[in-house]
Design a protein around this ligand. Structure first.
Ligand SMILES: [Zn+2]
Length: 323
């Protein structure tokens, strides 16, 4: 069973921030770099996702994405991809990086050399995978399911040297199919029935933590309002008679409000009042703001004047129905 991988919260948050963060912000380049990294990571994971359609598996299997779980010590594990079948489970750490990767068998250090010659330590992928494997082994103790893991490099231009020195298998995405087939051979015995496997998947999903973005950015550091996508989000759009109009290129849109309110939810908060709506989106009339909030039938708490509207998690999808 294959589910569609959703954009992780961190990426949604960084996308919203990149649309709005002031260019002269002291941390602009830091967040831009973070955005590039997380965006490339997501693209790599999507590449891997496409491979599952080609996989010939002898039994039913599940592929779970972005599992966010806590271990007994309440430390978190974020699993990029978890493949589960009745014979074994297989955790994949996906890296969408370029350059040359070297493994040192004595120091267990992995270094990445970029095309421009810069060398950086890159210890995470292997130790992360081993850490996830230990966690999964404890989690599935009662089932005696073998736990396998691998680091998968999604960028075909990356060069992996001395991979045999690595503690867990590391290979290019093109090797995923062959690796899985070798696992099917290694573990031919079905240890779970289809029902047991399905239950196990459900238990795992029910243990999911709600991801949270830790960083809060002061609203003075980013552009507020509905921003014009045709002007690279540099100019504000103003609300007039139910339509948003760009102050620079005069582009008009009604639906753009959904994206802007989604940005608000990500960067500011999950609730909004009439006053906050007017202030953030520069709407002069309180009645117009009320009409706008009512249009989307958001659930609310509080009496008329200090009514607090709750913005649902799937805000973009939710608002589509009202345009
Ligand atoms: Zn514009």
């Amino acid at each position: 069973m294959l589910a569609i991988r959703e954009k992780p919260l961190k990426l949604l948050w960084l996308e919203a921030l990149m649309r709005r963060l002031l260019k002269d912000d002291v941390e602009f380049h830091y967040f831009q770099e973070q955005f590039r990294r997380v965006d490339a990571g997501f693209a790599g994971e999507q590449k891997v996702d496409r491979e599952w359609h080609e996989i010939i598996c002898p039994n039913i299997f599940f592929v779970l994405h972005n599992l966010y779980l806590a271990n007994a010590a309440q430390h978190t594990h974020q699993l990029d991809t978890l493949f589960m079948c009745p014979q074994f489970i297989f955790v994949l750490e996906i890296k969408n990086i370029h350059g040359r990767l070297d493994f040192d068998q004595y120091t267990h250090q992995c270094t990445r050399t970029k095309l421009d010659g810069t060398v950086e330590g890159f210890p995470n992928a292997l130790t992360q995978t081993e850490r996830h494997m230990r966690f999964l082994k404890t989690l599935f103790e009662n089932y005696s399911l073998p736990v396998e893991g691998a680091v998968v490099i999604a960028n075909p231009s990356a060069i992996i040297t001395n991979p045999s020195n690595a503690a867990v298998p590391i290979f290019h995405l093109s090797g995923l199919h062959a690796h899985l087939q070798s696992l099917f051979k290694k573990y031919p015995q079905k240890l779970l029935s289809e029902n047991q496997l399905t239950q196990l998947v459900q238990v795992l999903l029910s243990k999911q933590l709600i991801p949270q973005v830790q960083t809060a950015i002061a609203p003075s550091r980013f552009r507020q309002g509905v921003l014009c996508p045709k002007c690279s989000y540099l100019y504000k759009m103003y609300y007039h008679r139910g339509v948003w109009k760009c102050s620079s290129c005069h582009n008009t849109s009604i639906e753009i409000f959904a994206e802007a309110l989604h940005d608000y939810r990500l960067l500011v908060g999950h609730t909004i009042t009439n006053q906050q709506l007017r202030s953030f989106f520069h709407i002069r009339s309180s009645d117009a703001a009320t009409r706008l909030l009512k249009k989307f039938k958001f659930s609310y708490t509080g009496a008329y004047k200090d009514r607090v509207y709750h913005l649902p998690e799937n805000l973009l999808e939710y608002m589509k129905a009202f345009f």
